[in-house]
Each structure stands twice: as C-alpha cells, then as structure tokens.
Design a protein around this ligand. Structure first.
Ligand SMILES: Cc1ncc(COP(=O)(O)O)c(C=O)c1O
Length: 425
C-alpha cells in the first residue's frame, strides 16, 4: 500500500459507517447505550452476516453433492467459503479447512501430528497462550512426547524470546505460538518464531484467533505451517478455520471417515460442515473488504481491499488504545498488565487487562455490566498466564477488549465509571 493511501486512511476512519452495519450496537441496557468491550470473547456481526445466514437457511439449505438445486447452491457456498478464507489468509482455497471452532480443529491437527511423532520428540508452547494452543499439544505427552513452555516477561507480558530461542532444539518438532495474546493484547514476533522453528526443522503453528480482527494475516509471508482462527472473533458466525501448508495437509494422516476422499480439503473435513456458518463467514469477509474499499476506493481485488481495511483498523485502534491506556494509567489503585509504552503500541492489540484495589475483577465487570458496559473477568482460558501473574486464585483480571466499532466516547464513559469507583463514589 502506498504511503499516500496510508496517510489518507489516517485522517478519516469512518467509525459511523462501520457502526451502522452492526444492529447489535443499537441495544440499550438499563437505559444506557450498550458498550461492547467484549470483542476478544466474540465480536458483533454486521447485518449482512445475519442476512447471509438466514438466506442460506431459507433458500439453499441442504447437504453437499446432491443432484438438485439447493444442494448445488450449498456446493457453491462451500467453494466460495474456501475462496473467501483463502483471500483472508493469502493461500490456496484447498489449504483452508473449516471446522466447529479453533479448539476442535487444533485437537484434530494435534492428533494427526501425534501419529508421526517418536519418543524423545519435543513440542514447544508458550505461557502467554490461550489453553486452546496449549492443551491440544500437551495431550500428546501420553504418547511420550515432551512439551516445553517458553516463558514471558511479566513486567510487560511479552514473550521472552531468549528463553524461547533456547528451547527450540534439534528435537523440537513443532512450536505453537499465539499471534496475539487474548488476555493482555501482546502481538508476538511470529515471523521470528517461524524462522527459529524452521531453523531446526520444526513446524510452526500459529493461533491467530485474537489477532484476526486487528491485523492482516499473510500465511505466505509468515511462511508458517499452520494457522488457526475463528470467524466469530472477526465479525462472523461461530466457526473455526485452519490454514495448513499443502505439503503437511497431504502428508499427515487425519482421523477421517472412509467416505471422505483423500482430496484437499475433504480429507480434513469429515462430517457435515456448518454451511450457514460459511455463508456468514463469506459475508464477514465481504464486510471487511467493503470497509477497506470505503477507506481506499482504489483497492481492486478483495485481498487488496482487506489490506486497506486492516490498515485503517490498525491506525484507528492505535488511537483508541492511546486514549484507553493513558486514561487507565492515571487512575489511582489500578494495576495494568501488558504493554503501556505508546512507542510499542504496534506490538499490542486494543485489548487490556487490569485489576483495581478493593474490587475483584468480577465485581468490576458486574458494576460495569449494570451500566451497559460489557467487559470480561477471569482468565479467559489463558490459564498459565493468569497463574504466572499471580492472579489466578483471586479472580483473574478485568479485560477491556476494543475493536474498530468502538468510539472515544465509549472509552470516556468507561474511564468515568472506573474513576468514580476508584474515588469510592
Ligand atoms: C487466542 C485464542 N485462541 C483460541 C481460542 C479458542 O477459540 P475457539 O472458541 O474457536 O475454540 C480463543 C477463544 O477465546 C482465543 O481467544
């Protein structure tokens, strides 16, 4: 993208255009306009996603490969779903595997990878990750595989890359790392992790669930072996998606039905897929592409439009982060977990985690929820991180997770509520 396009996007992120697309944002709770700061748990969906799902169910609902109209339409949606996700990942459509969710797909992949591991082989996970990128790999220990864990720097919740590097060894077969941390927002240097893994002949698996709504994914550029995400975190329905490099998808032996062919992606997609979910996922990607075209009308292909969308989103979310984090740090009695230096905001998403003296995270979330502000409390399945930060036994943290449909006014309302609480009002 040219620097003049980038500059043009900076000056005019059209949040009203985005917000108009999401009917849920009109909701009121106890008389207050609802504020959705729960994006890392799942984003809201644009009207076109709702329409695509109900249109599929009204007009195309069938199983695949039948000799009649609704089945043929289902085949078309199935194919279009793979093409849309291929544009999203920058890969070939048959390198895209759909499934129930990221967790289920990752377990299916880990079982298949386990079939080719030998005793003495090692896997590496990190202490920053959601458990869906830990337990599927740890479950292979029952086959004699050793799982090591790369540590974090607790001061800013970033990965300790020296520790990670030291643990990538000749015996390592796979490194599983998060693109971004769903609990504290850290964006990891996944390109470097892939490089380190490949340096010892290991594969690299990236959990991009939390990154996907915030930044453009390019699996070719990353050269990763696998990457997983979930469309419900990027404005689509509840559906998981996995990218796999062709050579691995062809070589590995997934547990599959005999009726499934050996073709890609068929051999990885046993059982009937969520066709209405695919229709919704296509619409979510079209929404993002239209957001890109709205901000950069010169973007031609869908991939170029997605790149423009994420450029616009990234620049806007960075400003949201500055307002939010600056405001939070000024509140007395508040502990902040994660990157606070604005110079490093390209290494974080607008997801932040805090605690406040005198209130459990649950009490904070309840207080805010009663005022129409939706946040999360707990560990959000980032169990190892919560333990490492010493908050696991005392309710975890309060997570405030923004996305591009949030506004500065919403942040100011949240900050006002937290300031009043801190002042004992
Ligand atoms: C970073 C991260 N990884 C994995 C998952 C699990 O995704 P799914 O719900 O699709 O299994 C989540 C869900 O919150 C997540 O935030």
């Amino acid at each position: 993208m040219s620097s003049s396009t980038k500059a043009a996007i900076v000056s005019r992120f059209d949040v009203e255009w985005a917000r108009e697309q999401f009917p849920a944002l009109q909701q009121k709770v106890y008389g207050h306009p609802a504020i959705f700061f729960d994006a890392p748990g799942g984003t809201q969906v644009p009207q076109r996603v709702i329409d695509a799902i109900s249109n599929y169910l009204a007009n195309s609902n069938a199983n695949t490969h039948g000799a009649f109209a609704t089945s043929e339409r289902t085949d078309e949606i199935y194919a279009a779903g793979h093409v849309a996700m291929a544009d999203f990942f920058n890969c070939d459509p048959d390198e895209v595997i759909f499934g129930a969710n990221m967790t289920t797909l990752t377990f299916a992949l880990s079982r298949a990878i386990g079939r080719e591991l030998k005793s003495g082989d090692e896997l590496l996970v990190t202490r920053l990750d959601h458990d869906a990128n830990v337990s599927p790999w740890v479950s292979l220990e029952e086959r004699g595989t050793k799982v090591r864990t790369a540590e974090i720097k607790p001061t800013d919740c970033t990965l300790d890359m020296f520790d990670l590097q030291a643990k990538v060894r000749r015996t390592t077969r796979l490194v599983a790392v998060g693109y971004a941390a769903n609990a504290v927002g850290t964006i990891n240097d996944v390109r470097e992790v892939v490089r380190l893994a490949h340096g010892v002949g290991a594969m690299a698996f990236i959990d991009a669930v939390h990154f996907a709504p915030h930044g453009l994914i390019d699996v070719r550029d990353l050269d990763c072996d696998f990457l997983a995400c979930s469309s419900y975190k990027f404005f689509g329905p509840h559906l998981g998606v996995l990218y796999g490099k062709r050579e691995h998808l062809e070589r590995l032996r997934p547990y599959k039905l005999r009726a499934c062919t050996e073709e890609l992606p068929d051999r990885w997609e046993s059982g009937t897929q969520n066709h209405e979910g695919m229709a919704g996922a296509i619409a979510a990607i079209e929404y993002l592409a239209d957001l890109g075209r709205h901000h950069a009308p010169e973007a031609q292909s869908r991939r170029a439009a997605l790149a423009a969308a994420y450029e616009a989103i990234g620049q806007y979310e960075r400003k949201l982060s500055e307002r939010l984090i600056g405001g939070l740090l000024a509140i007395p009695g508040l502990t902040f977990y994660g990157i606070t230096d604005p110079a490093k905001f390209d290494q974080r998403t607008p997801t932040v985690a805090i605690r406040m003296e005198g209130h459990t995270p649950r009490e904070l979330a309840t207080h805010l929820g009663e005022r129409g502000i939706f946040t999360w409390d707990g560990n959000y399945y980032a169990i190892d991180l919560a333990e490492r930060l010493g908050v696991q036994k005392s309710g975890g943290m309060l997570r405030i997770g923004l996305t591009h449909y949030n506004t500065f006014e919403e942040i100011d309302r949240l900050l006002g509520e937290l300031r009043s609480l801190a002042a004992g009002r």
